[in-house]
Design a protein around this ligand. Structure first.
Ligand code: URA
Length: 240
C-alpha cells in the first residue's frame, strides 16, 4: 500500500493545477473517485490504482508519467518551436503541467515512437550514450537500396562532424526502397546522414521501436498511451 495522501495532493500530483485550484475542483463537484462524487479535498486515501474523473475526463493515477506517443509528421519535439507546432500541443494539459519531456527527439518530418516522461532518472537512463539501446527505424529511400549500401551501413560510415564511424547494428531490406535499420546511438540527423553517406537519401523516416518496446499496433498517429509496468520492465531489460 502506498502512503495515503489527501485528495487535493493527489490531484495536484497528477497535474490538475495548483493545490488551491485542485481543492476548488472538489468543492465545485468536478471530481469523482472510482465513480463516486468527492466532497472533501482533505480526505486521505491510498492513491495507487485510483480512477479519477476530473471535469468529465477519466484519469488513472500514476505516480510518475511514462508515455508512448505516435508522433505525426510536421510537429517539433520542442517547447520553443521554430516552424511547426509542438508535440506537446497534442498532449492533455495534466501531462504538460507535470512537465513531461521527450526521451530523445525525432526530427520534425520523422514519424513514430516517441517516449515521454516526468521521471528525470528514467530520461537519463534511456538517453545516456553508454547504454546502447537499439532503436529501429523504417526508412523509405529515394533510390533503390543496394547490398553495397547495406554492407557499408553495417561496417560503419564516417559522418562529417565526427571521425568515429557510425554503425547500423542491423539492416533488413523490406522492399526495393524500404529498409529497417537498427542504430544504438542518437547523433544529430543520424539516420538521414548515414543514408546520405552511402549515396542514398531518406524520403520518409519512421521509428517503430526502442529497445524491446515496439509501438503498439492500435496507437494511431497523434495518440498517446501510458506505459504499463511490463512495458517498463521490457525497456529496463534493453538498457541493462
Ligand atoms: N535520425 C534522423 O536522421 N532523424 C530522426 O528523427 C531520428 C534519427
Amino acid at each position: 500500500m502506498a502512503k495515503p495522501l489527501t485528495l487535493e495532493k493527489i490531484l495536484f500530483s497528477q497535474g490538475f493545477g495548483t493545490r488551491r485550484y485542485c481543492s476548488d475542483l472538489v468543492y465545485a463537484d468536478l471530481v469523482e473517485i472510482n465513480g463516486v462524487l468527492a466532497d472533501d479535498p482533505e480526505v486521505k486515501m491510498d492513491p495507487e490504482g485510483l480512477v479519477l474523473r476530473v471535469e468529465g475526463v477519466d484519469w488513472v493515477y500514476h505516480e510518475k508519467a511514462y508515455i508512448a506517443f505516435n508522433k505525426p509528421a510536421n510537429y517539433e519535439c520542442s517547447h520553443k518551436t521554430k516552424h511547426h507546432p509542438s508535440v506537446y500541443s497534442l498532449l492533455p494539459r495534466p501531462l504538460i503541467e507535470r512537465a513531461v519531456q521527450c526521451v530523445g527527439r525525432l526530427d520534425q518530418d520523422t514519424t513514430g515512437l516517441l517516449l515521454l516522461s516526468d521521471d528525470g532518472q528514467f530520461i537519463h537512463r534511456m538517453t545516456t550514450p553508454k547504454k546502447n539501446i537499439g532503436k529501429v527505424y523504417e526508412i523509405t529511400t529515394a533510390e533503390p537500396i543496394t547490398q553495397k549500401q547495406i554492407d557499408l551501413l553495417l561496417s560503419g560510415v564516417v559522418l562529417d562532424d565526427d571521425p568515429k564511424p557510425c554503425f547500423a547494428k542491423a539492416c533488413t531490406i523490406l522492399e526495393e526502397r524500404r529498409l529497417a535499420m537498427t542504430i544504438v546511438e542518437g547523433r544529430y540527423h543520424q539516420v538521414k546522414r548515414m543514408l546520405a553517406a552511402v549515396g542514398n537519401h531518406v524520403a520518409q523516416l519512421h521509428r517503430s521501436s526502442i529497445g524491446n518496446y515496439a509501438m503498439p499496433a492500435d496507437l494511431k498517429e497523434g495518440e498517446w498511451c501510458w506505459l504499463s509496468i511490463s512495458d517498463l520492465e521490457q525497456l529496463s531489460k534493453s538498457i541493462e
